[in-house]
Design a protein around this ligand. Sequence first.
Ligand code: PMP
Length: 435
Amino acid sequence: MKALNPQERALVERRRRVLGTLGPLFYDRPIHVVRGEGAHLFDAQGDDFLDCYNNVACVGHANAKVREAVNGQLGLQDTHSRYLQDEVLDYAERLLWHFPALLNRVSFTNSGSESNDLALRMARVYTGHQGVVVTSNAYHGITSLVSSVSPSFGTGVPLAPFLATVEVSDLLTGGLPEAEIRATLLSRFQHAFRQLHAAGYGVSAVLLDQIFSSDGVLPGAPGWVDDIAEAVHKVGGILIADEVQSGFARTGDEFWGFERHHAAVDVVTMGKPMGNGIPTGAVVYKEAVGDAFAESTRYFNTFGGNPVSMRAAGAVLDQIEDMHLQSHAKGMGDFISTELESLLAGRSRFGGIRHAGLFIGIDISDGRDSSGCHGGDPQAARSIINRLRDERVLISAAGAEGSTLKLRPPLVFTQQDAERLLESCELLCSEGYFG
Ligand code: PMP
């Protein structure tokens, strides 16, 4: 690993002085980003980094159409949401067009965390229950309510007493027959429901990231999430689909992750890619869920649905449509996965690859057991991530241990970008990083 140059070292120290130690940086050798374009980020020396990780800039870094939309609106007005404004209505109608008819109302927020917070509060009022079920390494955000149902924070954040967790990664990474996987998942969720009933909380919601990113990128065979929808409805709760990572055409075949599973969801939350970097989030829900909430409380969000964010979000939808980014995500994701699988096949540290569209997870195994059994190797995953960073290719990790490489590039990732990624992985193979 090359050392930081004096300018970079000074920035790291300056950042630590004012921002403290709360927000960790990516990579052993952090990157000083000054500019972006498409799937590329450029540092202060003009070095070109291939961004294979950033789902926020889904229609590309510094997208010209998003910039035009934002600039145009800033020149008109950008006041808060308690006036009649066309921008929020134009966008709300367009967004709802992407949902089944029953999901017909939307409220706007500024982040994925706020969206999940609002969704959980709605679920409690609507169902009259308190309990929440998530997966065992779920991440849903940073508010006190949402962090208390996000086990991926580790032991530092106390989990809510009304939370039950379900392990899914062992089943969704394994090779069991699909019917057995579905039946086992269903019985695990039903067990969690019984636990919450026995503790007196009941079940207000099952909250599921629709690609199970922090559990290790687990697209799974389509369908099983709908089994859970049916089961949670039977016990008087609702299903909330967290589309913060999986939404907006990312998974290729469908616009939303829950559609891959044909899941009868009641509430959908979103954020990250929605404004291509302009902060904005949303909660889409059934009218009855929203009405019950509105009867009991007031909800006002100063910046949620502001005209600048709405124009940015509208430009994102334009770009996804105009550049056919959903079918591109599918084709490009299939191509990269197939190529990586054949490149890595047979290597001792390769534990398997999964993907849906441009969301790819690669397990890095400890490669110790010749019988085929293996565990994850987070240290080896970190070495690969940092070595790729030195090649100016940016990825990161997921999973409870951090042993799954996670690739989730801007949707505008080109064939040339893919070739560069594959060449860098080939180089790492020749250096023995994959065993
Ligand atoms: N849900 C999921 C699945 C996420 O990945 C994240 C962010 N990583 C959030 C919610 C929270 O979003 P935000 O950081 O915008 O608050």
